[in-house]
Design a protein around this ligand. Structure first.
Ligand code: FES
Ligand code: FES
Length: 206
């Protein structure tokens, strides 16, 4: 089974090469820093404890939170362990698999590669935030209809990468979809169905 996501000239190898600068070139997910050199990326308060904690204010799925986090906490840890958004999966915890993908201020990021203290003032969307009332988001429906999930472990990350793409480009072509998903590994090798699911939504204004 070929574990590379192959689009036109885009592969996981290309994707990983692009990580050297901390941001992805043509691929969409960002694994690097939001921009730690900017003051806005850091929390405004610190409790100054020996464990290095800070209080941050952020929005997750439209709801505001004020949280105390350790400086070593990743966003994935805070989402899952403090806030209970366990739909965000942790596959590798080192920026390689994409299972932990969430949307931060409209762009997809590996949440295991973002420190929680960098989230001050950010708006985060997780898989739990896609559903409206009892209605699944069209991209979730499309994954179901197209057998996107096999074991399902990569699925929430795949969907969040797809959602980020559709938010900025409602009508992507196949190459653009494969590019957007190139940072999300599927150990079940179900890439063609995952791409088909995104294409089923593309251009439908959903
Ligand atoms: S768990 Fe974050 S990239 Fe694998
Ligand atoms: S569906 Fe099993 S890892 Fe993708």
């Amino acid at each position: 089974m070929d574990n590379e996501v192959k689009g036109k000239g885009v592969s996981r190898r290309d994707f990983l090469k692009g990580l050297g600068g901390g941001a992805i070139g043509s691929a969409v997910i960002s694994t690097g820093l939001l921009d730690p050199n900017k003051a806005e990326a850091y929390p405004t308060e610190s409790t100054g404890t020996s464990r290095g904690k800070s209080t941050i204010n952020l929005k997750v799925n439209g709801k505001s939170y004020r949280l105390e986090v350790e400086h070593r906490d990743t966003l994935a840890e805070v989402l899952r362990d403090q806030l209970g958004f366990t739909g965000t999966k942790v596959g590798c915890n080192r920026g390689e698999c994409g299972a932990c993908t969430v949307i931060i201020n409209g762009r997809s990021f590996y949440s295991c590669s973002q420190l929680a203290v960098w989230m001050e003032g950010k708006e985060i969307l997780t898989i739990e935030g896609l559903e409206k009332g009892d209605k699944l988001d069209p991209i979730q429906e499309a994954f179901i209809e197209n057998d996107g999930p096999q074991c399902g472990f990569c699925t929430s990350g795949q969907i969040m990468s797809a959602k980020a793409l559709l938010l900025r480009n409602p009508g992507p072509n196949e190459a653009e979809v494969r590019n957007a998903l190139s940072g999300n590994l599927c150990r079940c090798g179900n890439y063609n169905r995952e791409v088909a699911a995104v294409l089923a939504v593309a251009g439908k204004g959903r």
